[in-house]
Design a binder for this molecule. Structure first.
Ligand code: HSE
Length: 429
């Protein structure tokens, strides 16, 4: 029987899920995998959390180093989140001869290159299934099931909070602030909701996926990120009129050795498979050259889905350790060549607030024409002579740089009020 002695850092949302799963599922896991997982020590500073979970049959300490230095422990699970001191704890655990399991996407995306280099040097393992897509086994799918594929594209909804907010705004016609409050009440949002709302959490996750699928390391700072707080419920309503929904889409594509990486609110045709991912659910749509299109869908957050991913890593590590093995996850840590979004060809949705009088549209059309942006649709629903109305324009495929120049010029027109709302359209050309 392969036995793994486990130490856990952090008894928060995910930590408590891992504790419960290990308690209730140990015999099932033993039966299904031949692996015995034994949680021997938990480090948690916050005594209120300890009182709430009341761990049984396991020692609870307040100092993480007490777990990391324990010679009895084979694997340390890091679930405290954030960059520091999580990074120092992981490095200390590796140097103490332990393998590590983590759900910490921010740390892996921003500092993972150093962590994996150190793990490779020490011939130790860092597993991270829970860092992307909660309970969805996307990392295992890429590393194992899709190994025979060159993956050329990943389109994903990998932030449950923003997907919940956009769904509420769309279905219940709520404004952003109200929908955010609901998401926080449900416990979906990160401690600091800015990470979710401004797209950073999704950027961390797509950066990890891109490093895995494209065989190199993604320089996180090169991910083009735009948050969803700029989306108004009227954008959702106008998009609907044209047959689209708005999603915070995280995309990674590779072409001619260059990688396109972006997280931003995006219009998707309502028939697109990702348009039907609602609420806090996540989905990852990949294109492999052998398998074709593949969709993974499930719960992207929460104690038990994410805990389930952590426990699957433990079983993998128990098997690896039994063979005395180290497995290289990233064979190359060379930085990937990222393409500027200004060179990407896309269709766009523009919402321009203008004074309602003759000749205004022709001024906007003239600028678009000069910047080589071709218009495919225009609507002006309201009529308020002399006052301000929204005009919506959809474009044909155009370069990011052309749309940027055009929007800058439209923003400067005297008849334009406020800034033009610009949203990319994905899923058709
Ligand atoms: N805050 C994340 C989300 C869950 O809303 O999807 C953890 O990754």
């Amino acid at each position: 029987m392969k036995e793994l002695k486990v130490g856990l850092l952090g008894l928060g949302q995910i930590g408590s899920g891992v504790y419960q799963i290990l308690r209730s599922k140990s015999s099932l896991i033993r039966l299904r995998s031949g692996v015995s997982l034994k949680l021997v020590k938990i480090a948690e500073k916050n005594s209120a959390r300890v009182r709430q979970v009341k761990p049984k049959g396991v020692q609870v300490v307040s100092d993480a180093m007490d777990v990391i230095r324990d010679p009895n422990i084979n694997v340390v699970i890091e679930l405290i989140g954030g960059i520091h001191p999580a990074k120092e704890f992981i490095l200390a655990a590796l140097r103490a001869g332990k393998d590590v399991v983590t759900a910490n996407k921010a740390l892996l995306a921003e500092e993972g290159r150093e962590i994996f280099a150190e793990a490779n040097r020490l011939k130790r393992n860092v597993y991270f299934e829970a860092s992307v897509g909660g309970g969805i086994p996307v990392i295992k799918a890429i590393r194992e099931a899709l190994i025979a594929n060159r993956i050329t594209s990943v389109q994903s909804i990998i932030n449950g909070t923003t997907n919940y907010i956009l769904t509420k705004m769309s279905e219940e016609h709520l404004e952003f602030d109200r929908a955010l409050k609901l998401a926080q009440q449900k416990g979906y949002a990160e401690a600091n909701p800015t990470l979710d709302i401004e797209g950073i959490d999704a950027a961390h996750k797509i950066s990890i996926l891109a490093s895995l699928v494209f065989g190199g390391w993604t320089p996180f700072k090169r991910v083009h990120v735009s948050g969803m707080s700029k989306i108004r419920s009227e954008d959702i309503a106008f998009a609907k009129e044209f047959g689209y929904v708005i999603k915070l889409l995280a995309v990674a594509k590779s072409e001619h050795g260059k990688v396109e990486l972006r997280v931003e609110p995006t219009l998707l045709p309502k028939g697109h498979i990702l348009s039907n991912v609602h609420g806090s659910f996540n989905a990852v749509l990949m294109k492999g050259d052998e398998v074709g299109d593949l969709l993974l869908y499930g719960r992207g957050a929460g104690s038990f889905p994410t805990g389930s991913a952590v426990v699957s890593d433990l079983v993998d590590l128990a098997k690896l350790r039994a063979n005395g093995n180290h497995q290289v996850v990233f064979p190359s840590l060379k930085l990937l060549n990222v393409r500027p979004v200004s060179t990407v060809l896309s269709r766009y949705y523009l919402r321009v607030l203008v004074v309602d009088r003759p000749g205004v549209l022709s001024k906007i059309a003239a600028i678009l024409g000069r910047c080589k942006v071709s218009i495919s649709d225009v609507i002006q629903r309201e009529r308020r002579v002399g006052s301000v109305v929204p005009v919506i324009l959809l474009t044909h495929g155009t370069l990011g740089e052309s749309i940027r120049r055009a929007v800058q010029m439209i923003n400067q027109l005297l008849v334009t009020k406020g800034k033009v709302q610009v949203i990319r359209i994905e899923g058709e050309s």
